[in-house]
Design a protein around this ligand. Structure first.
Ligand SMILES: CC(C)(COP(=O)(O)OP(=O)(O)OC[C@H]1O[C@@H](n2cnc3c(N)ncnc32)[C@H](O)[C@@H]1OP(=O)(O)O)[C@@H](O)C(=O)NCCC(=O)NCCS
Length: 156
C-alpha cells in the first residue's frame, strides 16, 4: 500500500481516526499541524507518514507521527482504521518511521504503549522494540500504566 509524508491537510482525518481508536492518543487536528511544523531547526524534526488506499486521492487507512529531538526519536501516535487492520499497514508505518528517524540522526527510537494494548505490543515486539521500563499512571480515560519501549539503531 502507498505510504507518503503526512501533510497538514491530513490532520483532520488523523484526528478522526484516533478518536475511533481507543489505544491511540487522542490529539486534536491542530496538535498534528503543530508537530508537522516543528521541523525548522537541525535539532527538532516532527514528521508523519500516512498509508492510503491504492487509488488516486485514496482514503487515509493509517498514519504514524514521530519527532526526532537531538538524536532521540519518539513515536508519538499510530493508528490504522479498523477495517484495514492485520494487513501489515501498522508494521509498514512503524518500520518506515523508524527508518526515517534514523536517517534524520536518531540513535534510538522510544515510545509508550498501554500495558493492555496487545495488538500494538505485538507489533512493536515483532519489529524489535524492547521494554525499558514503566511509567506509572501515565494514561487516563481509563487510567493505566505505560510500558516504555525502545529500538536502537543497528550498526551501519
Ligand atoms: C496497533 C495497530 C496500529 C496495528 O496495526 P495493523 O495494521 O493491524 O498491524 P499489522 O497488520 O502490521 O500487524 C503487525 C503485527 O502486529 C501484531 N498484531 C497486530 N494486531 C494484533 C492483534 N490484534 N493481536 C495481537 N497481535 C497483533 C502481530 O504480531 C502482527 O503480525 P502478524 O499479522 O504477522 O501476526 C492497530 O491495531 C491500531 O490502529 N490500534 C489502535 C490504535 C493503537 O493502539 N495505536 C498504538 C498506540 S501505541
Amino acid at each position: 500500500m502507498p505510504l507518503r509524508a503526512m501533510s497538514i491537510a491530513d490532520a483532520v482525518m488523523a484526528a478522526e481516526l484516533t478518536a475511533a481508536s481507543p489505544g491511540a492518543a487522542h490529539w486534536s487536528a491542530e496538535a498534528y499541524a503543530d508537530l508537522l511544523r516543528s521541523h525548522d531547526s537541525a535539532q527538532v524534526n516532527g514528521f508523519g507518514l500516512v498509508a492510503t488506499a491504492d487509488a488516486p486521492g485514496g482514503e487515509l487507512l493509517g498514519f504514524i507521527c514521530a519527532r526526532v529531538v537531538v538524536g532521540e526519536a519518539e513515536i508519538l501516535n499510530l493508528a490504522v482504521s479498523g477495517a484495514a487492520r492485520r494487513g501489515g499497514i501498522g508494521g509498514a508505518l512503524v518500520a518506515a518511521a523508524v527508518a526515517r528517524a534514523f536517517a534524520l540522526g536518531a540513535e534510538r527510537a522510544f515510545l509508550e504503549v498501554r500495558q493492555s494494548n496487545a495488538a500494538a505490543r505485538g507489533l512493536y515486539q515483532k519489529l524489535g522494540f524492547a521494554a525499558q521500563g514503566i511509567r506509572r499512571g501515565y494514561y487516563s480515560n481509563p487510567a493505566e500504566d505505560a510500558l516504555i519501549l525502545a529500538l536502537t539503531k543497528p550498526p551501519a
